[in-house]
Design a protein around this ligand. Structure first.
Ligand code: IPM
Ligand code: MG
Length: 334
């Protein structure tokens, strides 16, 4: 932000996640909630916990993120997925050239928030036997209609194509999803709509990635799709996101979590976070020029062959802070 010398925006910082827990006993302290309520936009550092050795039923840092998304009513999650010529992916690059997909994920409903959501004891003749975890996948007509309209309007400004992803052969919530998306499509005759099931969607997309434009899905399927489609960009460390509410506020965060294995190593790729800032400037403050300066600086740095370890293909790489400095210094010279 310093490199862009934007003076109209007041920036304040507050804690969330593990650091917040360590200093206040809460993953989402009241002071942060109040600051969020008073802000137009929030740029979030990734949260997550190392659960490989410690899967617990207790709330973790992720609960803070989910509460924040709900608090801000950030139901429209935009996850742009682009291919960069200068990054060698594990997929044939020729196929991916020019790929530009917008994953549009519904973010404040579906199985992430449906009730009941509990761990309960099961009983056999009054004796507790074992635990049972329950989640509820739910979508109402109006929820699907709202996000579908956003998808069709977005597609109109792009290549006018939508793939809607569900599991309508099995899930009732997906049946409502599919029929509502179809209903909304009737008001947008200029946009082409496809449907596919989550289990085959990524294979269909990667077989012909340039053909795809907007990929619309519910909360859980959008989570899965966006991680998988990071193949297109070469790393999850490249994917930014914007979560917009119908109230005009915006929450901006990388698609990735916190990568606990990289803590204190100065190795994480900062590009997803930096591109999330560009989305913040574009969507919350309409500073399109400054947002493009950031996007262009990222492309230029990659072209000059500066890569973090996740996108370096085993070759020489720069650290997190070096990558940040390189992008900032390029912005200053643009
Ligand atoms: C994401 C992340 C989050 C999610 C986690 C950290 C709760 O995976 O933004 O994709 O599941 O939504
Ligand atoms: Mg995810």
């Amino acid at each position: 932000m310093n490199a862009l010398t934007i003076r109209q925006i007041t920036i304040k910082e507050s804690l969330i996640g593990r650091t917040a827990f360590e200093s206040t006993g809460s993953f989402l302290p009241v002071s942060t909630v109040n600051m969020v309520k008073a802000s137009d936009a929030v740029l979030l550092g990734s949260v997550g916990a190392n659960r490989t050795t410690d899967i617990t039923y207790y709330p973790g840092p992720e609960t803070a993120l989910l509460k924040l998304r709900k608090l801000m009513s950030s139901s429209i999650n935009l996850r742009p997925i682009k291919h960069y010529d200068s990054i060698n992916t594990s997929f044939p690059n020729d196929n991916l050239k020019g790929t530009d997909i917008l994953v549009l994920r519904e973010l404040t409903s579906g199985i992430y928030f449906g009730k009941p959501k509990i761990v309960r004891k099961t009983y056999a003749q009054t004796k507790a036997t074992s635990l049972e975890g329950v989640d509820t996948m739910k979508y109402s007509e109006s929820e699907v209609r709202s996000i579908a309209h956003v998808a069709f309007k977005s597609a109109r400004n792009r290549k006018k194509k939508i793939l809607s992803v569900d599991k309508a052969n099995v899930l009732e919530s997906s049946k409502v999803w599919r029929s509502m998306v179809l209903e909304v499509s009737k008001s947008y005759n200029d946009v082409r709509l496809w449907n596919n099931y989550i289990d085959s969607a990524v294979i269909e997309i990667l077989a012909n990635p340039r053909e795809f434009d907007v990929v619309l899905s519910g909360n859980l399927f959008g989570d899965i799709l966006s991680d998988q489609l990071s193949i297109v960009s070469g790393s999850l460390g490249m994917l930014p996101s914007a979560s917009l509410g119908f109230n005009g506020k915006g929450l901006y965060e990388p698609v990735h979590g916190s990568a606990p294995s990289l803590t204190h190593k100065n190795l994480a790729n900062p590009i997803a976070a930096i591109l999330s800032l560009a989305m913040l400037l574009r969507y919350s403050f309409h500073l399109n020029k400054q947002a493009s300066m950031i996007d262009n600086a990222v492309v230029s740095v990659l072209k000059r062959n500066y890569k973090t370890s996740d996108i370096s293909n085993g070759k020489r790489y720069v650290s997190t802070s070096e990558m940040g400095d390189l992008i900032a210094s390029l912005i200053r010279t643009i």
